[in-house]
Design a protein around this ligand. Structure first.
Ligand code: HEM
Length: 366
């Protein structure tokens, strides 16, 4: 059977003429070729290609996730694509090792030729961060200029516009707020859950105070941490206290969303909650991998530069390391595990709630 499409050539289809001719080492241009500059360029280019794919996935996820109602089968696709993004990030973390085969002295052969080019100018990386939900106000400041000042004016304008578009964090927040099952008439879930968690805190405190190998100072420190966790937990029962904690940066998700996320996580064995649980897990994975990438990249910068400043003008390692924690987006989801209790101690769900959370097949009329 004749093919209905015209023939395609591998080389043309992949645009290899353009890609394979897009490496122009500066050290060659200045007549002092540095062998490792080719590796430096190719590694960066490969990163940018993967950033392109990450953006492609993130945009598609947002197209689905930003809708008022997200269908179950589409949610499967969202989780699948988020998982793909995580796999790409794993590769990006691994790839740093290849660049580290370039020694700091080899890097110095051409580094001075690159000023002021820097990762600060990666438009795609900034787009990706914005798509994930990193907000301007939550960014680490390194000079008094906006973070977009390293970009071209057109790119900076595009980022301004993108910041007004849906992002993963806000979509998650809204989706969690819409989660049903939390306010079923007569079902006092939160009060019985509170009782069980408070009992867990009492048990844990006793464990610390009676621990034979902990010194007084260690006990004091552990009890202090536990009191903070207890306070954070208490804030889940009073919206005003929660909002106060939120303005201090202890929470990012809304009051309602945090409740929904906790409910989904602890009752994830219920059939209807399995996909939502997978979604939360995918976001935790993604957030951790982004954090890993940031930290791994910071270590590479330290190894290459010591305490030298970056080509983009930041303090280098110190700036990059500080951003690893500050630029995390979904740490609320991790924080919630502090309040988990074992399955056997979970409040029993009333029958009608349990029925709503299961998949039921009617045999009526069959
Ligand atoms: C020799 C290897 C590298 C060194 C020494 C290095 C160093 C740095 C430094 C010091 C910064 C802070 C900004 C500045 O002052 O310039 C930075 C930012 C950045 N670099 Fe690298 N980098 C290296 C490789 C890479 C690679 C392979 C990528 C992949 C695209 C990359 C992507 C970025 C990005 C996206 C930022 C912005 C990070 C942020 O603001 O959170 N870097 N880099």
């Amino acid at each position: 059977m004749a093919n209905e499409y015209p023939p395609v050539h591998y080389h043309e289809y992949l645009g290899l003429d353009r890609i394979l001719n897009a490496q122009s080492p500066k050290s060659h241009e200045y007549g002092n070729p540095a062998h490792d500059e080719m590796l430096f360029i190719i590694v960066h280019q490969v990163y940018e290609l993967w950033f392109k794919q990450l953006l492609h996935e993130a945009n598609s996820v947002l197209r689905i996730f930003a809708a008022e109602r997200v269908q179950e089968k589409e949610m499967g696709l969202v989780v699948h694509r988020l998982d793909r993004m995580s796999e790409i990030l794993k590769l990006l973390i691994d790839q740093i090792r290849i660049l580290e085969t370039m020694t700091p002295l080899d890097f110095l052969e051409f580094r001075d030729m690159l000023f002021p080019a820097s990762g600060f100018q990666s438009f795609q990386f900034r787009q990706f961060e914005v798509r994930l939900g990193l907000k301007r106000d939550n960014r680490l400041q390194f000079n008094s200029k906006p973070y977009t000042s390293a970009l071209t004016p057109d790119q900076a304008r595009a980022i301004d516009l993108l910041e007004k578009q849906p992002n993963l964090f806000d979509c998650l927040d809204r989706w969690l707020e819409r989660t049903p099952f939390l306010n079923v008439a007569g079902f006092d879930f939160w009060q019985s859950y509170k009782k069980s968690v408070m009992a867990m805190f009492v048990r844990d405190k006793n464990y610390v105070t009676q621990h034979p190998s902990l010194g007084e100072e260690d006990k004091r420190r552990n009890l202090e941490i536990m009191t903070k966790s207890e306070e954070a937990f208490q804030s889940l029962f009073d919206e005003q206290t929660f909002e106060k904690a939120r303005t201090q940066g202890q929470w990012r998700l809304s009051f309602k969303s945090v409740h929904a996320a906790l409910f989904i996580q602890i009752y994830r064995d219920q059939p209807v909650l399995q996909l939502p649980f997978r979604l939360l897990t995918a976001l935790i994975d993604l957030d951790e991998l982004m954090t890993n990438w940031r930290y791994r990249h910071a270590l590479m910068a330290k190894r290459m530069l010591g305490t030298k400043i970056g080509t983009g003008g930041s303090s280098g390692y110190d700036y990059l390391k500080a951003s690893t924690e500050l630029h995390r987006l979904f740490s609320d989801l991790n924080q919630l595990t502090t309040f988990f209790i074992s399955r056997s101690k979970l409040p029993e769900l009333p029958e009608d709630v349990e029925r709503e959370l299961g998949f039921y097949y009617s045999t009526k009329g069959s």
